[in-house]
Design a protein around this ligand. Structure first.
Ligand SMILES: [Zn+2]
Length: 1018
């Protein structure tokens, strides 16, 4: 499953979601007030994002807009899930479990278990195993949204038991109709025990039938349960959707969406992934609709007493987990996609107008399917593949076996004439991930959710690898995709990080396991292992792993065993070392190592020292500072630079904090560790080696692999902000950026510099810093030019990024360009294409910042005239870019004026935009204290959103006076615990900013001065 934006389920969640996207706004180096699609964080993590703040480190929890989509955060929205479950619980409690098909007998037979959930077992016992399900359902999509169903489960008894326990949730069980009888293959002659009563435990969603005798091991029984459920218009179980078709008519459709634990809402089942069984699906539908399931349609028969209805029966599936069962009833049209082999029908279903923009699938899907079959040496397991695109923008895709469902039409559209390569990469990456799941996750399935990474991490890795190997997108775009490590590090060194393998998961709190660590950290660890073991051995291990466990379920040790065997056979791993030994230190541990390389006086040897990297040294935090890893050390040297050999040269073991490295060149030549950054760790050097590297970068940076240039930029700026390296060295190293014209190093550089930009903005060093940035940007700007940018089709990532960065730093030629484009638009307001779509935010913001009242007023009018949500967001952000205090102040007040009819979410966005704009912080803070009660009333009594504004407003406050203001604010709201809590977070951020300023400000001023960017020292 992939989730790239949390869909706000209701108004109460919306502000939090917007908040998270505002974090991106505040910190993304290349985003000049460019709003990004919502959003990347669960409500619970939104605060933790802020708790890191933009404090002396701009890489803070930043997912660049591209990566919000490309590498979406996948936290399932906890609040959303819990509130839905609570709603269901409340509803279920009022409903008779006895059902509506008889008298009171059934009701009396049901006992409610009211034990506290925390003390209950939510896993099913191991005494039973489902073998086969026959599921019959009739969803009344165009009626009262009820679902009439019946499930017949053939069960094998593994251990003698006197009850039958499975999952049920949010439905009426017709207990009178429940039957338990001998199943086919039951060789016992003894009769089957009878059910005495049922216990329905809503807390753990377990429904138990108690028997009057014992079912002995080896028996096979058939358990039949009739029930009635409801179509849910939220993500779970039978998920109902309403949408408007091209002709303006309202349409309904339904799809199952069951990962991880919602199949039990669709039908009673053994709802844990290790319980694999075959499924025979029957669905009743109206004749003008279509049903799709995992397998091809077998028969269609009319229903005698229901005119206009038919039963569709589908072929029986291979053994699979319940969460993978797909059932869709819809009236969408489809196209046939040419497959890579003739016997595989592939259909794509979507609204007609969307289908017209999915022609890229004809090329993409067969290539990817062919790649996956070849790589895994395993044919795709099912006789067909459907891809169903549900209208809407849920930001979710699910890997249904044989039937992938994409809950975001928007994310399936690609127009080669309009969109660029990055758009193509975004769209195709998601498809590649879901296609990879057809093998990893569907064919071989993690036994339990703690091993989720075996499905999600492998699919993410395969998606990256397949995109690269099939050359579907250019190398530079692939490299951007790989930059994930730079965006993951700041997440992984937080105290809120969790290990990839999380034993203590609560199945109902999905953000404990559906998170960036199980999806992307694990993917990067697999990439590391592929380099350690060699791609050949790695692939061999993956293939035998797949072959041995296909149609079964696995734990991580299964994968480790296969990889070890393959590596030992290929002699790429010492015989006394196993993949388990290595990966256990990475998978069970949060964070990552910082490897510090200190060379001897002669240079020919060095000591490599490992420690857990903590950006924030806080002694009060309960962190194990002494974690160690098995770190694969790779390196190259100036005398023989070779960045291609990524085999391990030295192991830094988990039993040692340091190891010697020999045979290095003399001290006048540099060494570089972690080649291509295939290892998941940062590297620091002694000052002398850093200086050698700086000289190399300034004289010929291309001698160093681009991935290592990116690594050095990211590492040195992080190490400087955490106080491990002087800013003198860091700023000297990134001076080479004036020679750099690759996009990825620039992207990482910009992101890392953003905090410094924001924090210096209100200081005398601001002008000098800006001119320093100009000196780095001008060569890139001159290189890419801007003549081409008005031709939409030719915009390349590099051009648009260069324009964004140059305007972000108010480079005069960029300001001029933006102003003239904006002026053209003002002359022809109906022609919004005057400004290329991907530069809307940059051009509007820049033109308004450097313009006057006329520019501001025009954008304000256009906001109300525009029907395009994206365009509206760009305008709202741009309005806050004005440097006129009256405009910003008035703007914020307008946000609270009901007559202006701004959308609530845009109102929040206005605040963040002002707070993050240059000079806007004091305004935002004053506004917050002045209009606090109005804000609280706008966002509800709880003030949940308003309290987040406190934290947001504190982001770039840097002085003791600011801290005092905050304390006063906290005191005046001491009766509101949420404000007090938010103030504490805000105070921490400001305290860190103050400390950063004290430590680094003079150093930075001195350095800027030494380079001729005059700075008045304080
Ligand atoms: Zn997935």
């Amino acid at each position: 499953m992939l989730r790239w934006s949390a869909h706000p389920p209701g108004a109460s969640c919306q502000p939090l979601l917007r908040l998270a996207s505002a974090v991106v706004l505040l910190t993304a180096g290349n985003a000049v007030s460019v709003p990004v699609s919502p959003s990347l964080s669960s409500s619970s993590s939104a605060l933790s994002f802020f708790s890191r703040g933009t404090s002396p480190r701009s890489t803070t929890a930043v997912w660049l807009p591209e990566h919000v989509l490309m590498y979406p955060a996948l936290y399932k929205h906890k609040t959303q899930m819990h509130s839905h479950r609570n709603d269901l619980t409340a509803a279920a409690n009022t409903v008779s479990i006895g059902g509506n098909d008889g008298g009171g007998e059934g009701k009396e037979a049901v006992v409610r278990d009211t034990t506290q959930r925390s003390n209950k077992e939510f896993r099913l016992p191991a005494s039973l195993r489902p073998i086969h399900y026959s599921v019959r359902v009739q969803p009344f999509i165009n009626g009262n949204y009820s679902v009439h169903g019946s499930v017949q489960i053939d069960i094998e008894v593994l251990q003698a038991t006197s009850n039958i326990t499975l999952h049920v949730y949010g439905m009426d069980i017709h207990t009178h109709g429940i039957q338990l009888q001998a199943a086919e293959g039951d060789e016992e002659t003894a009769s089957v025990p009878q059910i005495t009563h049922f216990v329905d435990d809503l807390d753990v969603e377990i429904f138990t039938a108690h028997l009057d005798g014992v079912l002995e091991a080896g028996r096979r029984v058939r358990y039949t349960i009739p029930y009635e459920g409801t179509l849910a218009f939220y993500m779970g179980g039978f998920y109902g959707h309403r949408y408007t078709d091209v002709d303006g008519t309202d349409k309904h459709m339904v799809s199952t969406l069951s990962q991880p634990a919602d199949a039990r809402i669709a039908f009673p089942c053994f709802d844990e992934p290790q319980f694999k069984a075959t499924f025979e699906v029957h669905v009743a539908r109206q004749v003008n609709m279509t049903a799709v399931s995992n397998m091809p349609l077998l028969t269609t028969t009319s229903i005698e007493d229901q005119e206009g209805w038919v039963w569709d029966r589908f072929q029986t599936t291979p053994p699979m987990s319940t969460y993978l069962l797909i059932l869709v009833v819809m009236s969408l049209p489809h196209i046939n996609v040419t497959a890579h082999r003739q016997d595989l029908p592939i259909r794509v279903w979507a609204r007609q107008e969307a289908l017209d923009r999915m022609s890229f699938l004809h090329q993409f899907v067969p290539v990817l399917m062919d790649f996956m079959e070849t790589y895994t040496n395993t044919s795709y397991s099912l006789p067909k593949l459907d891809i169903i695109v549900v209208p809407g923008k849920e930001g979710l895709a699910f890997e249904g076996w044989g039937a992938i469902i994409v809950y975001d039409e928007h994310f399936m559209l690609y127009d080669p004439l309009e969109d660029d390569e990055m758009d193509f990469a975004r769209v195709t990456w998601v498809q590649a991930h879901e296609l990879a799941h057809q093998w990893f996750g569907n064919l071989v399935t993690p036994r339990w959710w703690s091993d989720l990474w075996l499905s999600e991490g492998i699919s993410s890795y395969m998606s990256d690898f397949a995109m690269q190997e099939t050359a579907m997108v250019s190398q530079s775009v692939i490299e951007q995709a790989r930059s994930a490590v730079h965006e993951l590090f700041p997440e992984d060194d937080k105290v809120t990080a969790v290990p990839v393998f999380n034993q203590q998961i609560d199945v109902f709190s999905q953000d404990t396991y559906f998170n960036v660590f199980s999806y992307f950290k694990s993917s990067l660890l697999l990439r590391m292992m592929a380099h350690v073991l060699s791609h050949h051995a790695f692939r061999k291990g993956m293939v035998t792993f797949l072959h041995e466990h296909q149609y079964g379920s696995v734990v991580q040790d299964d994968l480790f065993r296969h990889l070890t065997k393959a590596a030992h056979e290929a002699y790429t791993l010492p015989q006394d070392l196993s993949v388990k030994t290595i990966l256990d230190t990475w998978i069970h541990e949060t964070g990552y190592p910082l490897v510090t390389v200190t060379r001897s006086p002669s240079g020919i040897s060095a000591t490599a020292y490992q420690e857990k990297y903590l950006w924030l040294q806080d002694d009060s935090l309960p962190i194990d500072h002494f974690s160690t890893w098995w770190v694969p050390l790779t390196y190259t040297t100036q005398d023989l630079p070779d960045f291609s050999d990524t085999r391990v040269k030295v192991w830094l073991k988990d039993t040692e904090t340091q190891t010697p490295v020999h045979n290095l060149p003399p001290k006048d030549q540099w060494v570089i560790f972690n080649l291509q950054q295939t290892g998941y760790y940062r590297v620091n050097y002694d000052d002398h080696n850093w200086n050698l590297l700086i000289q190399q970068l300034l004289t010929d940076h291309q001698l160093i692999h681009v991935n290592n240039r990116v690594q050095m930029i990211d590492d040195i700026l992080n190490l400087a902000s955490s106080g491990k390296v002087s800013y003198k060295i860091a700023l000297s190293l990134v001076e080479y950026m004036k020679n750099e014209n690759e996009t990825l190093p620039w992207r990482v550089f910009q992101r890392n510099m953003e905090h410094m930009k924001q924090i210096l903005e209100t200081t005398p060093a601001h002008e000098g810093f800006k001119k320093y940035m100009w000196s780095l940007l001008v060569p890139l700007w001159d290189l890419v030019g801007f003549e081409k940018i008005t031709e939409v089709q030719t915009i390349q990532q590099k051009h648009s990024q260069a324009v964004k960065w140059a305007c972000h730093y108010s480079l005069p030629s960029c300001v001029h360009l933006a102003a003239s484009l904006y002026a053209q638009w003002m002359l022809t307001p109906e022609n919004i294409k005057v400004v290329p779509r991907d530069l809307w935010g940059t051009v509007y913001c820049t033109a308004i910042a450097h313009g006057g009242e006329a520019e501001w007023d025009f954008a304000w009018q256009q906001y109300f005239l525009s029907n395009d949500t994206h365009h509206k967001e760009q305008l709202v952000a741009a309005l806050s870019c004005s440097r006129d205090t009256w405009a910003e102040n008035g703007y914020l007040d307008l946000a609270l004026t009901s007559e202006t009819k701004l959308r609530t979410q845009n109102t929040l966005q206005m605040f963040y935009s002002v707070a993050s704009s240059s000079g806007g912080k004091p305004l935002a803070w004053n506004f917050l204290t002045r209009r606090w009660s109005a804000l609280v009333s706008l966002y509800g009594d709880s003030g949940a959103a308003a309290e987040q504004l406190v934290v947001a407003a504190a982001e770039t406050l840097t002085s003791q006076q600011d801290m005092e203001k905050l304390r006063v604010f906290r005191e005046s709201h001491r009766d509101n615990p949420r404000v007090v809590a938010a103030s504490k977070v805000a105070l921490d951020i400001v305290a860190r900013n103050v400390a950063w300023m004290e430590k680094n400000y003079d150093v930075i001023c001195d350095w800027l001065h030494s380079r001729g960017f005059y700075v008045r020292l304080r």
